[in-house]
Design a protein around this ligand. Structure first.
Ligand code: CO
Length: 172
């Protein structure tokens, strides 16, 4: 009996090992370039939409010496997942990486270039349905707003309208 258990235990370990090798071999790293095109005043994430699989890693690479960051919108990721935010990248070839485990849509942008439409989307496995996005709390929105105020004027009415609209669409 002990012998049987031991060999069973060994084969389980072997199966687990094979599975973990298969899993790690399947995980990929994808690159999103952070583009600063001064001639065309085009600041962008390339590609703007990236589809990956759970377990994959995304690495953002800053093309040139220009200040950008990568930050999720307060309600721009699946409920149950974590928001993310990079430090400010300012040097050429500076990178930020994140591994994605939870399926869904992650909508992010660059804070300093928010008004220039510098945004992107990572879809992990499948798209998040409208009702499945994280519902930001008042304190999360306040914290986000405080970060925006580091870059934009307090009297920017456009910003207020956008946040209010987003809350109303979600029935808050
Ligand atoms: Co930027």
């Amino acid at each position: 009996m002990t012998g049987m258990l031991r060999s069973f235990g060994l084969s389980l370990a072997a199966v687990t090992l094979v599975l973990s090798i298969a899993t790690s071999a399947a995980a990929e790293t994808h690159v999103v370039r952070i583009v600063s095109d001064y001639e065309n005043l085009h600041f962008a994430f390339e590609p703007p939409l990236l589809v990956v699989q759970p377990g994959d890693t995304v690495t953002w690479v800053n093309d040139v010496a220009e200040e950008h960051n990568v930050i999720t919108y307060p309600g721009g990721y699946p409920e149950g997942a974590e928001s993310f935010q990079s430090p400010y990248l300012s040097r050429a070839d500076e990178t930020f990486s994140r591994e994605f485990q939870i399926e869904g849509t992650y909508q992010y942008h660059c804070l300093p270039h928010l008004m220039m439409g510098m945004k992107g989307e990572i879809v992990v496995g499948r798209r998040t349905e409208l009702g499945e996005f994280h519902q930001p709390s008042r304190s999360e929105i306040a914290a986000y707003r405080n970060q925006l105020l580091e870059w934009f004027d307090e009297d920017d009415n456009l910003l207020q309208v956008r946040i209010t609209e987003k809350r109303e669409r979600r029935g808050h």
